[in-house]
Ligand binder design. Structure first.
Ligand SMILES: C[S@@+](CC[C@H](N)C(=O)[O-])C[C@H]1O[C@@H](n2cnc3c(N)ncnc32)[C@H](O)[C@@H]1O
Length: 335
């Protein structure tokens, strides 16, 4: 490797000069030897320092995506079909294997395991199905384990990624909701899963009480585990159908979160019946870009039926859920 030999005392100055002139070869590491520094350079240039052929270490380039990691190991056609990223839930990595690459799934998983030192298991993504919105996840590589330990916004969540729905992509959305919550609020989280919203709110806000309702017994089990794990004492979790549990709850709420984008509209009536005056809703839905008004229409219709006035406060895109389709959140207030 071509290098320029610079006395230690001049090293900083010469490094700046090499960077400014785009002569430093950033693919290699510099080397210190006695009173000299050997800088890898792209070519010879006018200088009083000497040039030397030196053995310098090639820098490890950290891939920023699975696609990049597999750049030289799959054909261009195969790479085209592969998603850029994998979902990581703490120690578990979940990758999407397109049909065309089914035969190479174990090879891809082996490589994916190198992507991040925290990921110890690679699973193949399935489809979110059924009432519980869970997905079958095929084990591909690493430790045979489907229990994830995941951290976000100052909380730890433990969950079985196959038995419980959970999306790490909504971490920022949960942070957004945290910031809106005011001191003393009674908050209801319908469809609360393993407790990402309930724990986020309890840990990061001054809400008075948080009530979670989840139909999946496994989701409820982990919501209780996570409440204990994070030492949170203002959460009450209920296991059952929101339509049956809500009418039995003794209190009404200042804020109601409805994170069931596939069918939350079917639960608007029962949710509205538990709203205090001025209650703020966070209503999640899947919508093609530009069709957000359809969600607003569903909300207006339900509020009119309940003879309550509503006002939309915000419509937020949370993440992409398909080509041109987004998971949105409509924040609205009920009089
Ligand atoms: C999209 S997941 C959201 C889970 C959690 N809030 C999260 O963000 O990870 C929807 C959840 O609603 C639950 N669910 C579906 N129908 C329900 C119902 N009728 N009553 C209560 N929970 C329900 C599912 O089991 C699932 O855990």
């Amino acid at each position: 490797m071509l290098s320029v030999k610079v006395p230690l005392k001049d090293a900083q100055k010469e490094k700046k000069n090499l960077i400014a002139k785009n002569l430093l070869d950033k693919n290699y590491s510099l080397k210190k030897e006695k009173d000299f520094v050997y800088f890898p350079v792209k070519e010879k240039y006018k200088t009083s320092y000497k040039f030397e052929e030196k053995e310098l270490k090639e820098k490890e380039v950290k891939a920023t995506s699975i696609k990049e990691l597999l750049k030289n190991k799959l054909s261009k056609e195969e790479l085209k079909n592969l998603k850029r990223s994998m979902d990581t839930i703490g120690n578990i990595g979940i990758i999407e294997i397109p049909l065309e690459l089914e035969e190479k799934k174990f090879f891809i998983a082996k490589e994916a395991l190198k992507f991040s030192p925290q990921v110890k298991t690679i699973l193949k993504k399935g489809k979110h199905e059924g009432v519980f919105r869970t997905q079958e996840l095929e084990f591909l590589e690493g430790e045979k384990n489907k229990i994830a330990t995941y951290k976000e916004n100052n909380i730890i969540l433990i969950l079985d990624v196959e038995k419980v729905y959970f999306s790490p992509r909504l971490s920022n959305e949960r942070k957004r909701v945290n910031k809106l919550i005011k001191k003393g609020e009674d908050v209801l989280v319908m469809f609360s899963g393993c407790g990402p919203y309930t724990c986020n709110i309890s840990k990061n806000t001054e809400a008075k009480s948080i009530t979670g309702v989840e139909i999946n017994p496994e989701g409820h089990k982990y919501a209780e585990i996570n409440k204990q794990k994070n030492k949170l004492n203002n959460i009450s979790n209920y296991n059952g159908d929101a339509k049956e549990i809500l009418p039995k709850l003794e209190k009404n709420f200042d804020r109601i979160i409805m994170p069931l984008p596939k069918s939350a509209a079917d639960f608007l009536n029962v949710a509205i019946s538990k709203a205090k005056k001025g209650c703020i809703f966070h209503f999640y839905d899947f919508r093609i870009e530009g069709e957000e008004q359809k969600s607003v229409d569903d909300i207006k219709e339900a509020c009119e039926k309940a003879k309550r006035e509503s006002k939309v406060l915000d419509i937020v895109k949370c993440c992409q859920s398909g080509p041109k389709e987004y998971r949105i959140c409509v924040d609205f207030l009920i009089e």
